[in-house]
Design a protein. Structure first.
Length: 437
């Protein structure tokens, strides 16, 4: 049994050593949520010209040292126009009308907002603008290349593409992007009482919700879930299914997630079967609740050779060699399964997907009503973060323990309580872990 922090450190340490799969090129929008296998470089300066950020007049700041000032309007540039130097430039005492997004004409060194100007009386054939405010050099435009220079890295390899990443790739002319193949994550539920979701459960049976919630979490973390069904609480069958997950024809999974069968019960056989398979365990239990019995380990595929001597093939290289694969034994209680996935399995999936490691970030909020609990374990209690504007507050969801998915579905975060606290007063500042997806 290790502390939460030590368990997380162990997962991060092992995750840092895994390799992502091969690469593929996909259409830009299909790259949403995928992990970049290439850096996105600026194909030109960003912005590609001195870009006005206000509607108004391109001016020389020195001409507006004293205001009000009168400037002769000698031209206009709208977005998309190119002000040819010599044809459209700003000389002393002159201004050029300019729109947001248009290039600054030669000679100008600032833009004065149209709100601070009015068109003045002028001799026939001339246009004069009266400016009421001074500007400083550089005001109201972004100089060419200020955001990025040609060839500069805009988005790193290993970044998961979100809508901002899509914008960057689009701006750099990338209609297709290179991403890593999604890791394949086998999901195996265990338990004699568990039946498939389209079956009619007997009086003591429950439907296999974990395989589905886990598959959803796997997808959300950037993996591809392969549901392997339900293993009974029987050693031989459990072992056969685990072996199939590793070396089964065509399965080629990169990680195995099991649920159930990791507690202290007589029929909790997962640890025992992995022991038979010569697994290496990094932790068997973490000081958390829910999720205390969580198990993390690895198995060399060599140890899983079939009776006929066949050895697993390395799914990444195709080389037939003993190859270490990680597994998590997650507790079967549905909320425990979900929490332990987020805390421990997610970083491993992200690493297998090629993502640069992410730290687990807790947010803070004020507690609405007092919490009393038992000390000794770090708690992740389903809670509802609510409030208006800047006045967020959080309250525990009234739940019936770690089997209560109905309450969890109403919650949107977990309040995190350190192991040394038994009582937390209303209005205290507490840590939160937001629920992903
Ligand atoms: P276990 O970790 O095997 O002791 O299971 C703990 C609790 O979770 C029991 O009440 C199980 O019935 C329930 N459970 C186990 N597996 C699943 C599953 N796949 N879907 C939903 N509930 C499950
Ligand atoms: Mg069980």
């Amino acid at each position: 049994m290790v502390s939460f922090e030590e368990a997380r450190r162990l997962v991060e340490q092992h995750a840092a050593g895994v390799c992502p799969g091969e690469m593929e090129t996909v259409d830009l929008l299909a790259g949403l949520g995928r992990v970049l296998a290439e850096g996105i470089l600026a194909d030109r300066d960003f912005p590609p010209f001195d870009r006005a950020t206000r509607d108004g007049y391109a001016v020389r700041a020195a001409d507006l040292a004293k205001v009000p000032a009168r400037l002769e309007v000698v031209g206009e540039v709208k977005a998309g126009d190119w002000p040819e130097p010599g044809v459209c430039s700003v000389g002393r005492g002159q201004a050029v009308g300019i729109m947001t997004g248009a290039p600054l004409p030669a000679g100008a060194d600032a833009v004065v907002m149209v709100e601070h100007t009015s068109l003045g009386d002028a001799p026939a054939g001339k246009l004069v603008v009266e400016v009421r405010r001074s500007v400083i050099r550089g005001e109201n435009f972004v100089p060419r290349g200020a955001e990025a220079r040609t060839g500069q890295l805009l988005l790193d390899r290993g970044r998961r593409v979100d809508h901002a990443g899509i914008a960057i790739a689009a701006s750099a002319g990338k209609s297709r992007v290179q991403v890593f193949r999604k890791p394949r994550v086998a999901v195996l539920s265990t338990g004699d009482e568990v039946v498939e979701i389209d079956a009619t459960p007997g009086p003591a049976q429950i439907r296999n919700s974990n395989s589905y919630s886990l598959a959803a979490q796997v997808q959300n973390a950037g993996g591809e879930a392969v549901r392997l069904g339900i293993a009974p609480d029987e050693r031989g069958r459990l072992r056969a299914l685990i072996e199939e997950a590793w070396i089964g024809e065509g399965l080629q999974c990169d990680l195995l997630l099991l649920t159930g069968g990791v507690s202290m019960g007589k029929y909790d056989l997962v640890e025992q079967v992995f022991g038979e398979l010569k697994a290496e365990f990094y932790f068997t239990g973490a000081e958390i609740r829910p999720g205390r019995p969580v198990v993390f380990g690895s198995c060399g595929a060599g140890a899983l050779a079939h009776a006929d001597g066949e050895v697993a093939a390395n799914t990444r290289t195709g080389v037939s060699a003993p190859h270490k694969k990680y597994f998590f034994g997650l507790p079967g209680n549905p909320v425990s399964t979900m929490v332990t996935f987020e805390l421990f399995a997610r970083p491993m999936i992200e690493a297998l997907a090629g993502m640069t490691p992410q730290r687990l970030i807790f947010l803070g909020a004020r507690l609405k009503s007092e919490i009393r609990t038992k000390a000794g374990l770090k708690r992740f209690l389903p809670a509802v973060l609510s409030g208006e504007f800047e006045n967020a507050e959080v309250e525990l969801a009234r739940w019936q323990g770690s089997g209560d998915i109905a309450t969890l579905a109403r919650a949107n975060c977990y309040v995190v309580i350190p192991p040394d606290r038994e009582r937390i007063e209303a209005r205290e500042w507490v840590s939160l872990l937001m629920r992903c997806g």
